[in-house]
Ligand binder design. Structure first.
Ligand SMILES: [Mg+2]
Length: 370
């Protein structure tokens, strides 16, 4: 009954981001996917993915040179065993960052093999019963004018979303009073029924974040995300004590250990760990369990086509994030990737991830073969 990994292929595809989009702390110039394809002796192909703004070449090289040779001949169902082996093998070269992007993409591909072998979608393997999950639209860059900000949010609502996330922290976080004015304009334009999520992308200290939260409370945000530097866990906890607006964070945490520290410090209400960076499905199942033990929300960052299985299966899974920035590259890399309908992502009735690569596009645009 067992299967064996025979071959691992890695592709690197990226797309420039037009228009110099920026949030409070960085400009985004390119979005890239590192795509892992794992082939087995029984003829199953699993696909996994991680993404990057910079450094995709390093991720690809790490998989090609260090991870792939150790997968050959192994049983793809041994996800726990393999994860622990690679955690040990790679620990000296990084327990965060690109190293974990690489490990995450490989783990996701192994789970795709499991689903395809058993002819079950992954959410069923995870024990889930939901076949659709709410999703919010995510954009609203700080580089936008007030008019662009409101127009894009209105466009999201016109496209059927009832939840919209925008950036705050204009002028590199130096002018929170302007942010309050922008939030006010958004609330006035969108009306009371659209959920408004605010992402500060690490730009403030706890006192500035708390002052901002208290000033925008009347506009009823659903959450404030990363109001302080992601590694300032005491600062996040101080922010959380200062407001009853839920605090979202975790997109920059890796593994169950990073999320454990947020929870122990009472520094999060909605955990936004990203399975394409934090360690794949093997690790995200543990992270989801931790969030349940602490009775907080679970709402993974970005990569909605990967995360929908996890959120569908987690009893505290709130919603997915669909970054408008990723729509173009996602629609090109994957053939027939699901798209939101009326603010819901519907899980494809297909085994594994339910995703198929558009191989013509991937091979024609593969930067890894140059
Ligand atoms: Mg964010």
């Amino acid at each position: 009954m067992s299967d064996t990994i025979e071959r691992v292929v890695v592709h690197l595809v990226s797309a420039p981001v037009p228009g110099g989009l920026a949030d409070a702390t960085r400009k985004v110039e390119s979005i890239g996917f590192t795509i892992v394809r794992i082939f087995t002796a029984n003829g199953v192909e699993g696909i996994g993915v991680t993404y990057h703004e910079v450094g995709g070449e390093a991720t690809k090289t790490l998989i090609d040179k260090a991870i792939a040779p150790r997968l050959i001949g192994r049983d793809p169902f041994d996800t726990e065993v393999l994860w622990q082996e690679f955690f040990g093998y790679l620990r000296g070269v990084g327990r965060k960052g690109l190293t974990f992007g690489a490990l995450s993409a490989v783990d996701i591909a192994l789970w795709d093999i499991k689903g395809k072998t058993l002819n079950l979608p992954l959410y069923k393997l995870f024990g889930g019963g939901r076949t659709s999950v709410p999703v919010y639209a995510s954009g609203g860059w700080t580089s936008y004018s007030d008019e662009q900000l409101v127009d894009e949010a209105q466009m999201m609502v016109d496209r059927g979303y009832s939840k919209v996330k925008v950036k705050v922290g204009v002028e590199a976080g130096t002018n929170p009073r302007r942010d309050v004015i922008r939030v006010k304009k958004l609330r006035e334009a969108l009306g009371p029924d659209v959920a408004l999520l605010l992402d500060a992308n690490n730009c403030w200290d706890a006192a500035t974040g708390a002052r901002f939260a208290n000033r925008v409370a009347e506009y009823d945000p659903l959450l404030i995300e990363e109001p302080v530097f992601a590694d300032d866990i005491p600062g996040l906890a101080r922010f959380k004590r200062s407001t009853d607006i839920p605090l979202g964070t975790g997109e920059h945490e890796y593994t169950r250990f990073g999320v454990r520290d947020l929870l122990l410090a009472d520094a999060v209400d909605i955990v936004q760990a990203d399975g394409t960076r934090a360690g794949g499905f093997t690790e995200m199942l543990k992270i989801a369990a931790l969030t349940q033990a602490w009775n907080v929300g679970f709402a993974p960052h970005a990569m909605e086509n990967i995360h929908l299985h996890l959120v569908a299966a987690a009893p505290n899974g709130l919603f997915l994030e669909r970054l408008l920035l990723f729509e173009e590259v996602t629609s090109r890399v994957f053939a027939d990737a699901p798209v939101p309908i009326d603010g819901q992502m519907h899980i494809p009735d297909l085994p594994g991830l339910g995703l198929n690569l558009d191989l013509d596009y991937v091979l024609a645009n593969d930067e890894g073969t140059a």
